[in-house]
Every structure is written in C-alpha cells, then in structure tokens.
Design a protein around this ligand. Structure first.
Ligand code: HEM
Length: 508
C-alpha cells in the first residue's frame, strides 16, 4: 500500500512539473516567432544547424517575416532577442528614440575586451569619448597625416609586395595582404610606429592574430547561452581560453606601447624642443589629457587604443577584400572603374592618387558603396531597450529587451534597393548630373546612423579609394578557379578562407 502511495505521489509530482513547464512554455511563446520553438532548447537548433550560412539564412528568414521577429533561446538562458532589418525600426532606434536604446551592461560583458571604450560605453562615458574622438578624427591635420601614411605604405610596401608576387606568378591571399596593410597603418596612425607586417617575407604577427581571435570569441558569446561561456571562462577551456590568451597578448602589446610613448614624450619635454614630432592619436591623447592639467589614465588609453584598432583595421580589411572579390567577379564593373581613372588621370605611371583626386572618382565611389551595402564590415549590431516602447513595425518592446539589427540583411531588402538588390550596380549611386546619390544612413546602414554614426566614414572612403585605385591601375586581379567566398563567423565580416588570387600586370 505504502509502495502504491509513493508511486501515486511521484506520478502526481511529475504531472505537476510537466504542467508547470507547459504553462511556462506557453507563457514565454512570443507573438511573432521567427522560427518554430522547441521545449527546453527554444529556437537555438535552427541557428546551430544554419551557422555555416548564418548571414544569408537570417536575411532570408527576416524577409519571410516582414523584416522583424522574435528569437527565443533555450529556457532559463536569457537568450531572447528581437531581430530586425526594417529601416523604419532602425531609424527609430538609432535616431528618433536614441535615448531608449543603449548598448547596456550585457553588451559590455560580452564585449569585455573593448573595456570602457567608445564602442561599449553609454551615457556620459560615451559622450566624453565621442567628443574626444570627434575632435581627433575630424581634425584636418589628422586627415592629412592619414593620407600621407596611406600613400607611403601603398607606394613603399603594398605595390612592391604585389609586384613581387606577380613576378613570381604566385597565388596570393589578398585578405592577408590587406590585414597586414591595415595593421601597419593603424599602428602608424594610432601608435606612431610601423611594425612592418606588410613585407615579402609575410612575417607571423601575434598581435594581429590575437585581434582576430578576440573578435571570433565575441561572436561565439552571441550564440551560446551566457552560463556556457561563463563556465568555459571559469574553467579556461575552448573559445574562452583562446579569448583570455588573445587579450593577454593584446594588453601586453598596448601597455608596452603606452609606456614607451610616455618615455618618448618625457624625453622630448626634457629636450624642450617644443616641436611636435608626432601627430599619432596616442600622442595627442597623452598630450591633451582630460584638460585642466589632468592626464588620461593608462586604462583609458588602453581602451581607446583597442577601440580605435577594431574601428579602423578590420573594417577596412573587410571592405577591401569584398570589393576586390566583387570587382574580380564582375569584369564590366572593373572595366568601368579603370576607364574612369584613365579618363580623369590619363594612363601614366602615377598610380598612388591623393585624397583630393580620389574624391573625383564617382564610379569607384559607387562600386565601394555597393560593396559596403552588400557586405557591411559590421554585419549586425546589438541594442537594449531602457523603457517599454512600440516599434514602427508595431512590435512591442519591453524594458531590457535585446535587439539585433541585421545590417547585412538591410543591404538586401527589395523595398529599399529595388528588385535588383542582389546585383552589383555602382550606377545606382550616380545621379543624372554625375554626382553621388545621397542615401539616408538608416537605409545605407554600413556606417551606422544617428548620434552614434561612424566617426571614420570620410577617412574610410579616402583610404579605400586610394588603395583600390592604386591596385587597379597596375593590376588585373583574378580569383583562383573554384574558389567560393564564404563569410567568416565573427563580429567583422571577413572571408573565412581568405581571398586567393592571381595578379597580372594591366595592359593598356
Ligand atoms: C569601411 C570602414 C568602416 C565601417 C564600415 C565602419 C562602420 C561603423 C559602424 C557600423 C559603427 C557603429 C558600431 C556600433 O555602435 O556598434 C562604427 C562606429 C565607429 N567607427 Fe567606424 N567604420 C569604418 C571605419 C572606421 C574608421 C577608419 C574609423 C577611425 C579610425 C572609425 C571610427 C569609428 C568610431 C570611433 C565609432 C564609434 C562611434 C560611436 O559609438 O559614437 N570607423 N563604425
């Protein structure tokens, strides 16, 4: 009898538990689910099964759901997100109701490696960094310094390296070349020193690898429940072990640069020369300090340097890599870019153009915009709601709702770009009068929109066009046969296997 009673009690407890779970399941079901939700694991299996083509898959699914939908993660993991690629929602969050959509504490936890830099900061801390970076990056003297640095690097390192591989008839990984190029440049402009990674020996560069690793691990933190990566972090295994090692390498490098820069500066002060030897950003940050004679602390400088590296390195590598892949696979576009350059500057030896000159290349500008539309270097962004709100699409948002904005999908929306949105058409950026068509930033979202828009947009176009023009004036780029361009799984849209090409001298 007692045995039977225990049996009944056990069955009743299991039934009650199942009912509670069922109720829990029904209560958490969202109004506009983006996938079928399964008990316990939520919608995560859809993501994991399609991880290999995550960007295209999310684009397709969002389109099927009118641009906005909800993702529900495994139970008790807090992995629930509102996903959108609707330009009106994006405009609302990034501009109209900007104050209500912040990066938030969870973002800072995931992007821990960024410290309290401009990318992770909110409110006053963000405003301070924004004003500071604005004064640094929008200063005419910095634009001139950047232009000179780029021209020197293109003339003295990039073109000789490409010439070398072309003469040897070797296949070269252009993404690797651009990685090295942008790394040298960002070191010159931010730290005032050139590590010379871009050289024909293709030296191993631990710092550059560490940056890539940190970015990959941050992406991973987006797709596994928080407790999983935190447990891995605690146990120091898997991606988290790699992340810790990468951050250690990066911190050692950045802090050693700060220390040696301090020494340089104090030596210069001792000499009382009064001359400005450096215009690199770290020197300016150290010289100017916080005002009222107060210096910036090392941790602030570390975070500023880290954020500038991420802002200005991989984004440019990504844009150049996808640009050359698109141009190499669209011969008509290549021919028109070359024709425009020849028309404007003639067929001569001068391959490295000045900033003022590349600004005149409208068709090249259109081709670059098309690249950034189809392959935005930052493919998604993350926001968190402060207060309840209703998005223009009619979707309700609760306080602390996490939102993912799919920049990649936004470049492929027919409603914005027309039915030919999947085609590379630089012409869509050229007006009837031959000028550049302005598209509002909440539609052409590659550089973000609203008060947090990219501070390096104009500088980026100068860099991208100087490099693209220099290479295309001298070389024809051919992607190796059978190569398939696959986006990497990272917070920056690089190519998973690099971009393997053959270079041949351009014949006129
Ligand atoms: C093709 C090149 C680039 C692209 C596509 C790009 C794109 C973006 C995007 C999408 C954001 C917003 C990120 C977010 O809030 O999560 C951003 C912010 C920013 N970018 Fe860029 N960027 C590029 C190059 C650069 C360069 C070269 C610099 C400067 C050296 C730069 C400096 C910044 C800064 C400082 C911010 C933070 C703005 C803020 O939060 O107020 N970017 N960029």
């Amino acid at each position: 009898m007692a045995f039977l009673l225990v049996g009944y009690a056990g069955a009743a407890t299991i039934a009650a538990l199942l009912c509670m779970l069922r109720l829990f399941y029904l209560r958490r079901c969202c109004t506009n689910p983006i996938f079928t939700e399964y008990p316990f694991v939520g919608m995560l299996p859809h993501v994991l099964c399609n991880l290999w083509h995550a960007h295209d898959y999310s684009t397709q699914v969002l389109k099927q759901h009118g641009g906005t939908g909800e993702f529900v993660g495994p139970w008790f993991t807090g992995m629930n997100y509102m996903l959108t690629c609707d330009p009106l929602n994006v405009h609302h969050m990034l501009s109209k109701n900007f104050r209500n959509y912040v990066k938030g504490p969870e973002f800072r936890e995931i992007f821990q490696a960024f410290g309290d830099g401009i990318f992770t900061a909110d409110a006053e801390a963000w405003r301070y960094s924004r004003d500071l970076f604005h004064s640094l990056l929008k200063h005419k003297s910095f634009e001139v310094f950047l232009e000179k640095t780029i021209q020197k690097k293109v003339q003295n390192s990039l073109l000789p390296l490409l010439n070398h591989v072309q003469q040897q008839g070797r296949v070269v990984d252009l993404q690797d070349v651009f990685n090295r190029f942008t790394f040298d440049n960002i070191c010159c402009t931010v730290l005032g020193r050139d590590p010379e990674c871009l050289s024909i020996d293709f030296p191993e560069v631990a710092i550059e690898k560490a940056f890539n690793q940190a970015e990959e691990s941050i992406f991973y933190r987006h797709i596994v429940p928080t407790f999983v990566w935190k447990m891995q972090q605690w146990l120091q295994i898997g991606q988290e072990k790699k992340m810790t090692e990468a951050c250690r390498t990066l911190d050692e490098f950045i802090y050693s640069c700060i220390a040696s820069k301090r020494e340089d500066l104090s030596r210069n002060e001792e000499n009382e020369t009064g001359e400005t030897f450096h215009v690199d950003l770290l020197t300016t940050l150290m010289r100017e300090g916080k005002g009222k004679g107060e210096a910036h602390e090392d941790i602030f400088l570390r975070d500023a340097v880290f954020n500038l590296f991420v802002a200005g390195r991989d984004t440019i590598t990504s844009a150049l890599t996808w640009f050359f892949w698109l141009v190499a696979t669209n011969p008509l576009v290549e021919a028109k870019i070359v024709e425009e350059m020849n028309e404007k500057f003639g067929i001569n030896e001068k391959t490295v153009l000045r900033a003022e000159e590349v600004k005149k290349l409208v068709y090249l500008h259109g081709a670059m915009c098309e690249t950034l539309r189809l392959f935005p270097p930052i493919p998604f962004e993350r926001k968190e709601a402060v207060e309840a709100d209703v998005l223009p699409s009619g979707h309700g948002v609760n306080p602390r709702t996490k939102i993912l904005l799919f920049l990649y999908a936004m470049g492929r929306v027919e409603e914005i770009w027309g039915e030919d949105c999947m085609e590379l058409k630089p012409e869509r950026w050229i007006s009837e009068k031959g000028g550049i068509v302005h598209v509002p930033s909440y539609k052409f979202i590659a550089f973000n929109a609203g008060p947090r828009n990219c501070l390096g947009k104009d500088l980026s176009f100068i860099q991208l066009k100087i490099v693209a023009a220099a290479i295309l004036r001298s070389y024809h780029v051919q992607v190796v046969e059978g190569y398939v361009a696959t986006p990497s799984l990272s917070i920056v849209l690089l190519m998973k296997d690099g971009l393997k090409v053959n270079m041949t001298k351009r014949k006129f």
